[in-house]
Design a protein around this ligand. Structure first.
Ligand SMILES: [Cu+2]
Length: 147
């Protein structure tokens, strides 16, 4: 292989790496039924203060509600997510948002199990995240029933 080809290959790879760096990280939040309750899934979403993220919100559950709400007060998000109409939004996590745990809920159906938005300083190991004070609700059924 000639040096020229090697060089252009190298530059190409550098370009890709840079493009990946500047793209906001995409986070998918979707409705999921565990047992009898609807969750926002995954249960925990880790973000960093000052980071720009792209949230893909989707509701593909059959049966039940036609739509759900995506409520993340810490990020000033109040959206309606219709069934089979996924959408993305780009959000900047405020640089002054305190490290800790915040709620990802549904403004229409408060009975849902909320997910947790974990705000963590960049470079921190997940285990080092401080736990929010106060009692935490635990779902009773660990195994989901098949339906
Ligand atoms: Cu809902």
């Amino acid at each position: 292989m000639s040096l020229r080809i090697l060089c252009s290959l190298f530059l190409m790879l550098c370009g890709w790496a840079r493009a990946a760096d500047t793209l906001p990280r995409e986070i998918t939040l979707e409705t999921k039924k565990v047992g009898e309750v609807v969750h926002w899934w995954p249960e925990k979403v880790v973000v960093h203060p000052g980071e720009t993220i792209r949230i893909l919100a989707k509701h593909d559950l059959e049966g039940g509600f036609e739509f759900h709400g995506l409520l993340i007060p810490a990020l000033k998000i109040t959206e309606k997510v219709d069934r089979h109409k996924p959408f993305t939004m780009t959000v900047k996590v405020p640089a002054d948002l305190k490290v800790g745990e915040y709620k990802v809920g549904c403004q229409f159906h408060p009975g849902h199990v909320a997910a947790t938005l974990v705000v963590q300083a960049e470079g921190t190991a997940p285990e080092a995240a401080p736990k929010a004070e106060g009692p935490k609700k635990k779902s009773k059924s660990k195994k989901s029933k098949k339906q």
